[in-house]
Design a protein around this ligand. Sequence first.
Ligand code: 2BA
Length: 109
Amino acid sequence: MKMVIAIVQDKDVSKLLLDVTREGLRATRLASSGGFLRSGNTTLLFGVEESQVDTLLATIRETCHLREELLTPTQTIMGPVNAHIPYPIEVPVGGATVFVIDVEQFIKV
Ligand code: 2BA
C-alpha cells in the first residue's frame, strides 16, 4: 500500500475530491498553509493500493492547475527575502506537490 500526500490549491480541491471519489478512492482533507506565501492550501492524504497510484496521479495532473499568485512586499516572509522585494511579484503555484510513501501497515480498528 502507498500513502499519497498531495498539497493542492484550495481552488482545485472540490473537483479533485469529486473525481477521486468517483474512482472509488478514499481521501482525508487537511487545512494547511504554505511556508513561503503563508497562504492557505489543502493537504490531501490518500491511502491507495500500489496499482491505483498512477490513476490517482493522472487525476491530480488533470485537475490541479498552475496559477500565478501575487507576493506583495507587505506580506510577512521569514528571513531576508522580503527586504529584496520592493514591489509585488508573481509566484507560480501548483499544479500540485505530491509525495508517494510506502505504507508499512494499514490498520482499521
Ligand atoms: P508555499 O510554500 O507557500 O510556496 C508557494 C510557491 O512559492 C511555490 O509553489 C513556489 O513556486 C514558490 N516558492 C516556495 N518556496 C520558495 C523559495 N524558497 N524561493 C522561491 N520561491 C519559492 P509550489 O512549488 O507549487 O508549492 C506549493 C505549496 O506546496 C507550497 O506553498 C508548500 O505549501 C507546498 N510545498 C512545495 N514543496 C514542498 C516541499 N518540498 N515540502 C513541503 N511542502 C512543499
